[in-house]
Design a protein around this ligand. Structure first.
Ligand SMILES: [Zn+2]
Ligand SMILES: [Zn+2]
Ligand SMILES: [Zn+2]
Length: 322
């Protein structure tokens, strides 16, 4: 963990791609060792990928096939009752993926993104060591660890400061341009930095959406995949935009102009529709300006027809029978 901080601390020196690479490798190694240490404290068989096949001999000779990070997180939560938040679990998973990609293809995500993710994992690990491992150490070990953690916290603070400075700078730029209502949270790096509707890159190609933090580019179809209607894999009527009629209305999008709300957003019109909600009965988009249960035109009419034949009571859906 100390090596990770050394590599990523921009106060010390500029962070190079090589620094990022070693930071990821060492951080992943730290995650594996520390999570296993806590599992060992619970029971040694839990560090085996299959605890049913655990033998003392394989453990002593270090010939075991050991638990993956993902499995370790599950066991820590379920068996050792260690609190690991959803967001922390995701950061650990992203780190494992970064490490695997790095080994096969070199650096695939831009350095700032990996730095931000590494910051999250470090943050988690420092707390994990403090709360889960420290109480199980001897007096001497505890003193030593206490001191190391102090230094790590300092390093982490400056890594996080750089990430925060970067996001603040982007936010300032976007606000100056007046683009807050077309800037959304990026599905890749989770920063409020994906600006939609920017045109033309230096090569003269039309660029539809670029994240100013992670530099990922997106077209409308790719974005829709990241913000599907509930339970749908493919674009469908549930993605119909009332303005342009394209199937490009994403659900649960966070927009910089109102970052706390999850709204419907058309990736074709580049417009947020904060009052649009899924129809109570069929989940097609419907404008919920009025009070009460929300029904789309189709469901409302069906409700009326059915009520004439006595099949269903339309007041179930908030409609008055004629
Ligand atoms: Zn991004
Ligand atoms: Zn539209
Ligand atoms: Zn409906």
């Amino acid at each position: 963990m100390a090596s990770v901080v050394d590599h990523l601390d921009e106060n010390e020196s500029m962070v190079t791609p090589r620094d990022v690479k070693y930071a990821v490798l060492h951080l992943q190694a730290a995650v594996e060792v520390l999570l296993k240490a806590r599992l060992m404290a619970e029971h040694w068989s839990l560090v085996f990928s299959d605890p049913h096949k655990a033998t003392r001999k394989a453990l002593d000779e270090a010939t075991l096939s050991s638990v993956s990070t993902e499995q370790a997180v599950i066991r820590l939560r379920n068996i050792a009752d260690v609190p690991i938040a959803e967001k922390e679990g995701r950061a650990l998973k992203n780190l494992t993926e970064d490490r695997n990609k790095l080994q096969h293809f070199g650096l695939t995500a831009p350095a700032p993104v990996i730095e931000a993710r590494a910051g999250e994992v470090l943050d988690f690990l420092i707390r994990f060591v403090d709360e889960e491992l420290m109480p199980r150490l001897s007096h001497e070990e505890r003193d030593e660890t206490e001191e190391a953690l102090g230094q790590l916290r300092g390093g982490l603070a400056s890594i996080n400061t750089f990430v925060r400075e970067r996001t603040n700078r982007i936010r300032g730029e976007v606000t100056r341009e007046g683009s807050e209502n077309r800037t959304i949270r990026c599905p890749e790096c989770e920063q409020m930095a994906l600006v939609l509707g920017d045109t033309a890159d230096p090569h003269g190609e039309t660029v539809w959406a670029t994240c100013r933090f992670c530099a990922n580019r997106w077209n409308p179809d790719e974005l829709l995949e990241c913000f599907p209607a509930d339970g749908q894999d493919e674009p469908s009527e549930l993605n119909t935009c009332s303005q342009c009629r394209e199937w490009l209305l994403g659900w649960g999008v966070q927009v910089l102009s109102d970052p706390e709300a999850d709204v419907a957003f058309c990736f074709f019109c580049i417009t947020a529709f904060p009052s649009v909600v899924p129809c109570d009965r069929c989940a097609r988009p419907v404008d919920a300006a009025g009070p009460g249960p929300q029904l789309c035109g189709v469901c409302w009419e069906e409700g009326v027809v059915e009520s004439r034949y006595g099949r269903e009571d339309p007041t179930d859906y908030g409609c008055e029978a004629e």
